[in-house]
Write a protein that binds this ligand. Structure first.
Ligand code: HEC
Ligand code: HEC
Ligand code: HEC
Ligand code: HEC
Ligand code: HEC
Ligand code: HEC
Ligand code: HEC
Length: 320
């Protein structure tokens, strides 16, 4: 058996990579930040579906349902931007008592700008520009401080999506769920306004193949005013300013290049120069790009035709 050493080597590589994958997975799940231990003093109630309510006078214990559950896996997700935080970095230390006293509840949690304003480490995000856009958005002008950055950015597991190249579909789903988590949730919506829950499907009946559109564009691609200074446009406009004209997207100079595909546009421009087709080719938008397959097919047909003519001419010359 001459092959034995080779098989041995392959087997060793197989076992080794298997082990490395296992070790990596274990490290990903086990590596919790330093604050995790302290946080358990909150999560033994808030991380479970049920909790024990204890009365020290009578030593009685009652089982209760927990309605304000924090998802540990999401909070400590390796990509979650604030996973290192203690609960009490944002929440009043009064929450260490139970029942929670009233005072702590009226303390407003810190917002993004309290920590991120003017910090060079985060300059690329342009927090100041975002805050300005948000200040002019319909949610701020209509709803005031009850609505804030946390209304859209989950304080217990915000994962940055926009700055990645690979999966546009994931970005779209994540983004649209941010809006729908409130716009299709009566309880959340009605806490903020006297208006009835807006019928999202009914209000977009004018859009053909609504499902396809909601899977291929973000709400903000139609509802936000784009700008040169922020990657994710934060100025949600009143409904009469939303994009309704099909040609704004279904054209060579698609509006989507300045919104949904902005990150890719910037990356591509720095690498290969600006080209609509290169960026849009992974997701074909009718009218916005030429079909690469059709392009290639037409070149092949053209060459075949030339070949045909040449062969035909040669045969005729030979026969003559
Ligand atoms: C013994 C269980 C228990 C522990 C421990 C606990 N909580 Fe709570 N918490 C509750 C329950 C039950 C509620 C919902 C009822 C209420 O608002 O009092 C709640 C509500 C809250 C609320 C919502 C308050 C509001 O007004 O809507 C916050 C915020 C909160 N807890 C944070 C914390 C933090 C931070 C810790 C740890 C420092 C913590 N809790 C520890 C049981 C607990
Ligand atoms: C980065 C800041 C931040 C951290 C860290 C944080 N919270 Fe919160 N938490 C908030 C904000 C802001 C809200 C209010 C959200 C809103 O108004 O929608 C909130 C709301 C809550 C609520 C009420 C949810 C509800 O449905 O009413 C609970 C309970 C809570 N936090 C518990 C915790 C626990 C437990 C931890 C630690 C594991 C924690 N929080 C860590 C900022 C934070
Ligand atoms: C209490 C202070 C505090 C608040 C409030 C806060 N952040 Fe942060 N944020 C931080 C710190 C500190 C880091 C760095 C964490 C690290 O490196 O582990 C961070 C990291 C981030 C990052 C990742 C940056 C990178 O380079 O990867 C983003 C994005 C971010 N925060 C967005 C927000 C947004 C959006 C809000 C409001 C909805 C917010 N933050 C509120 C303190 C805060
Ligand atoms: C109406 C919902 C909404 C509100 C309100 C909101 N954001 Fe966002 N924000 C988003 C969405 C959606 C994204 C894109 C998420 C993704 O794809 O990563 C985002 C992305 C961001 C990013 C990352 C941008 C980048 O360049 O990668 C920052 C920073 C940010 N928001 C800060 C803020 C601040 C600061 C506020 C408050 C002044 C705020 N946001 C309020 C919805 C909102
Ligand atoms: C936490 C809840 C919440 C979230 C999250 C949210 N909205 Fe809203 N939105 C509201 C409420 C409440 C109103 C009604 C405001 C009013 O009273 O007119 C509203 C109004 C609107 C309007 C209607 C403006 C008009 O002219 O009537 C648009 C458009 C809109 N939101 C788009 C979005 C988009 C896009 C997102 C996601 C990026 C989003 N919203 C996220 C609560 C939310
Ligand atoms: C293709 C563009 C487009 C997309 C994608 C889109 N919208 Fe709209 N939306 C509009 C237009 C245009 C209107 C105004 C419709 C009218 O005037 O009849 C509107 C209306 C609305 C309204 C206001 C209804 C009212 O009566 O106040 C809300 C809220 C809204 N959209 C939310 C969303 C949310 C949430 C998403 C993502 C799930 C979304 N939209 C996706 C274009 C869009
Ligand atoms: C915000 C950008 C945007 C706007 C505005 C828009 N579309 Fe689209 N549309 C898309 C994207 C992205 C797709 C998915 C890629 C594709 O199939 O072209 C799509 C898909 C389609 C499809 C193919 C659906 C299928 O089943 O494959 C049709 C038809 C269409 N749009 C027609 C329209 C019409 C008509 C309008 C105006 C009333 C319109 N679109 C407005 C971006 C847009």
């Amino acid at each position: 058996m001459k092959n034995q050493p080779i098989i041995g080597i392959f087997l060793a590589i197989y076992v080794f990579t298997g082990f490395m994958c296992f070790a990596q997975e274990a490290a990903d799940t086990l590596e919790l930040p330093a604050s995790a231990l302290e946080n358990e003093s909150c999560l033994h109630c808030h991380g479970e579906a049920k909790f024990d309510m204890y009365n020290s006078d009578s030593s009685m214990v009652l089982k209760k349902h927990m309605y304000k559950v924090i998802d540990r896996d999401l909070f400590y997700n390796p990509l979650s931007v604030h996973r290192e935080f203690s609960c009490t970095d944002c929440h009043s230390s009064e929450f260490k008592e139970f029942p929670h006293p009233l005072e702590g509840r009226f303390e407003t949690p810190l917002v993004c700008m309290d920590c991120h304003e003017g910090d060079d480490a985060f300059a690329k995000f342009n927090f100041e520009g975002i805050a300005q856009e948000y200040g002019a958005s319909i949610h701020h002008t209509e709803l005031g401080d009850e609505f804030n950055c946390w209304s859209c950015h989950n304080p217990h597991g915000y994962i940055l999506h926009a700055r990645s190249d690979d999966n546009i579909k994931d970005i779209i789903t994540y983004n649209n769920n941010v809006c729908l988590s409130c716009h299709s949730n009566v309880d959340k919506f009605e806490l903020l306004t006297d208006r009835e829950l807006i019928d999202i499907i009914g209000n977009h009946q004018w859009l053909p193949n609504q499902k396809v559109h909601f899977e291929n564009v973000r709400c903000i691609d139609c509802h936000s005013k784009t700008s040169d200074t922020t990657l994710v446009a934060h100025q949600i406009q009143p409904k009469d300013k939303a994009v309704k004209n099909c040609v704004e997207c279904h054209s060579q100079n698609s509006h989507l290049m300045a919104s949904l595909y902005k990150f890719q546009t910037i990356e591509a421009r720095s690498k290969i120069g600006f080209m609509n087709a290169v960026i849009l080719n992974e997701s074909y938008v009718i009218g916005a790009n030429r079909n690469v397959f059709l392009n290639r097919a037409s070149i092949i047909i053209f060459i075949l035709t030339l070949l045909g003519i040449a062969v035909h001419a040669i045969i005729r010359m030979v026969i003559k």
